[in-house]
Design a binder for this molecule. Structure first.
Ligand code: FES
Length: 192
């Protein structure tokens, strides 16, 4: 279901892979649209208004099953969109990290530059993903996937996680556009 509303930072997780080019200034407010744009009313001035679709909530693991530095791979939000869940450990605290130590994070396993697979290049000592086998991009997993080096110009898309009282880890959304998709929830054949 496509919706529009004013959002805070947290609600950005519901953004459907809108690229920076999909956001435009209009009357002093930022307006973006998945299926079109609308002008915001005076009462909405200076708020961010986005068109978005809801990501599914998908259970992916339990905290009790994670070991420091041992990645778990899962598809999200669609089949074929591969991601890596990992507990950084070593006393690190990660931005958007979950769990008692705020060190459990998940990211797309497709390089933000040209989509090369990053499945085998997790560096636990430095808590980075990379260097990418194609052009050496390396992403800091404790700092929202920001680029450390290489050719990518975007951070690595990060999966938004939630944890319940029983330790169940759920994927609830995604920051950023997964490489190769025009929008994270739109299938490549044009379906939705
Ligand atoms: S595809 Fe990863 S750096 Fe180019």
């Amino acid at each position: 279901m496509v919706m529009e509303q004013a959002v805070d930072r947290r609600a950005f997780v519901k953004l459907v892979g809108l690229s920076a080019g999909g956001i435009a200034l209009s009357g002093g407010a930022v307006v973006a649209g998945l299926v079109g744009r609308r002008r915001v009313g005076a009462q909405e001035a200076n708020k961010v208004v986005l068109a978005y679709s809801d990501y599914p909530d998908v259970a992916i693991a339990n905290l009790a099953d994670l070991k420091d530095g041992e990645p778990v791979f899962f598809d999200y939000p669609q089949a074929g969109q591969r991601n890596m869940l990992v507990k950084l450990g070593q006393g690190r605290t990660a931005e958007e990290g979950v769990g008692p130590g705020s060190d459990v994070v998940a990211y797309s396993a497709f390089c933000a530059h040209m989509g090369a697979p990053l499945d085998t290049v997790y560096n636990h000592e430095h808590a980075v993903l990379g260097p990418c086998p194609l052009h050496f991009s390396t992403f800091d997993l404790a700092k929202s996937g920001i680029l450390v080096m290489g050719k990518a110009t975007q951070p690595l898309p990060q999966v938004v996680l939630a944890v319940d009282a029983a330790g169940a880890i759920t994927a609830t959304g995604m920051y950023g556009l997964i490489y190769g998709w025009p929008a994270n929830l739109i299938t490549l054949d044009g379906g939705n």
